[in-house]
Design a protein around this ligand. Structure first.
Ligand code: GRF
Length: 212
């Protein structure tokens, strides 16, 4: 029995979702993806899910009369698929407090920079990497963090540095960062699958694994 029964929320192409699937297939992640949810009907992530026979749903707040009606439906879908953990993988909508409370410390997000720098509203995709270049920073990186009520502000589980090179453009930097994203998301999820994560205020402690 897989430990994590995942819902993946994605708005875009879904390369992080694919990396999660790869990690599961290669035995590096003890999880199964029960459902993929996107606010965009044409998200690549939904296509990937359908090609693997994973339930894939287009669900957006715009389809509902109120935020609470949307939240109710989301919770119903998550229950229906027996989800016990949520991975945001390029999901561009804020997660409402109702969902955060129902899955406290059981929602992760991946961000393509070292939070708390270069996060928050409007900081997604190309904008993040351009802001890093404009700042003159010599390092950027990846943050996998727990999702709280505040956007991009939850405690980090893993952060990894990526160098900024002199001749980088936002595109070359994004590509170097993305490679690291694809490694660390599954690592962070696996810590939860092994029940090695302890959240103490803003500090997340990872207990030693069986083989370490
Ligand atoms: C990634 O850079 C991720 O860090 C950010 O959104 C992007 C999604 O890319 N949250 P993909 O759809 O997983 O390829």
């Amino acid at each position: 029995m897989a430990k994590l029964k995942l819902a993946v929320f994605a708005s875009g192409r879904g390369s992080n979702f694919e990396a999660i699937l790869r990690a599961i297939a290669e035995g590096r992640l003890d999880a199964e993806v029960r459902v993929v949810i996107s606010n965009k009907a044409d998200a690549g992530a939904l296509e990937i899910a359908r090609s693997q026979n994973i339930p894939a749903l287009h669900l957006s707040a715009k389809q509902f009369p109120s935020q609470s009606a949307f939240d109710e439906e989301l919770l119903r879908v998550l229950r229906e698929h027996e989800v016990n953990f949520i991975a945001l993988a390029g999901y561009l909508k804020k997660i409402s407090p109702t969902i955060v409370q129902a899955f406290r410390n059981r929602i992760l997000n991946i961000h393509p920079a070292l939070l708390p720098s270069f996060g928050g509203k409007g900081m997604y995709g190309h904008h993040v990497h351009q802001a890093v270049l404009d700042s003159g920073c010599k390092v950027t990186g990846v943050t996998v963090h727990i999702v709280t009520e505040e956007y991009d502000a939850g405690p980090p589980v893993i952060q990894r540095c990526v160098p900024v090179l002199d001749d980088d453009t936002a595109e070359t930097l994004a590509a170097r960062v993305l490679k690291v994203e694809h490694q660390v998301y599954a690592e962070a999820l696996q810590y939860f699958a092994e029940d090695r994560v302890r959240v103490e205020g803003r500090r997340v402690r990872i207990l030693p694994g069986k083989s370490t």
